[in-house]
Design a protein around this ligand. Structure first.
Ligand code: PRP
Ligand code: URA
Ligand code: MG
Length: 209
């Protein structure tokens, strides 16, 4: 089973409270969502392997560390995942960005894929799939399937708020994918929203209804 980790650093908890608050407007919501994504990526990349490299400082030759092995890519699930990309790129500016478009039918809650554009070498990369909300897990599971079908072998799912239902659905369907969340909330409502949650992440990021 894939690991599920809640990254409950005090700064992350504080910032999450800001974006949960319904009085927080679009501008601050966007800024703070990216700040949380940045803090999460700092934690999630702790286990990346390092290798020795010889360089020359102004004082002479020395052996130091650099990131080894697989390169990274960030994959936002459109639309709302876009609200986390800049935060990730602050720390990993050289990462490639793949996009996958998914929307959830408001009545059936079934996910629908409408766009996929990936870097050509996703089989060589660690993919950080980002989406603020993991509700039923349908969108994340369909996105992971689409990426696997295109050759992806190493993926981590990074969400701001997770519902227990979504965590279980992804763990059951994709035991090879670890999940990281800023919070694990109580449950889903009858209409498929996470409660207490933060509402509709896409609408809050982009000012739509
Ligand atoms: O786990 P699930 O039940 O699939 O729900 C979560 C999905 O719902 C939201 O997207 P939405 O469909 O609202 O699209 P949007 O990002 O364009 O607003 C959210 O950003 C996730 O992608
Ligand atoms: O609570 C939820 C559930 C799905 N998508 C959202 O944007 N919010
Ligand atoms: Mg939405």
């Amino acid at each position: 089973m894939g690991k599920f980790t809640v990254l409950n650093h005090p700064l992350i908890q504080h910032k999450l409270t800001i974006i949960r608050d319904k009085s927080t407007g679009t501008k601050v919501f966007r800024e703070v969502a990216n700040e949380i994504a940045e803090l999460m990526v700092y934690e999630i990349t702790r286990d990346l392997p390092l290798t020795d490299v010889e360089i020359e400082t102004p004082m002479g030759k020395t052996v130091q560390k650099q990131l080894a092995g697989k390169k990274l890519a960030v994959v936002p699930i459109l639309r709302a995942g876009l609200g986390m990309v800049d935060g990730v790129l602050e720390l990993i500016p050289a990462a490639k960005v793949g996009h996958i478009g998914m929307y959830r039918d408001e009545k059936t809650l079934e996910p629908h894929e409408y766009f996929v554009k990936m870097p050509p070498d996703i089989d060589q990369r660690i993919l950080f799939i980002v989406d603020p909300m993991l509700a039923t897990g349908g969108s994340a599971n369909m996105a992971i399937e689409a990426l696997k079908a295109r050759g992806a072998k190493s993926m981590r799912l990074v969400v701001l708020v997770a519902a227990p239902e979504g965590v279980k659905a992804v763990q059951d369907a994709h035991p090879d994918v670890d999940i990281y969340a800023a919070a694990l909330d109580e449950k889903l409502t009858e209409t498929g929203y996470i409660t207490p949650g933060l509402g509709d992440a896409g609408d809050r990021l982009f000012g739509t209804k």
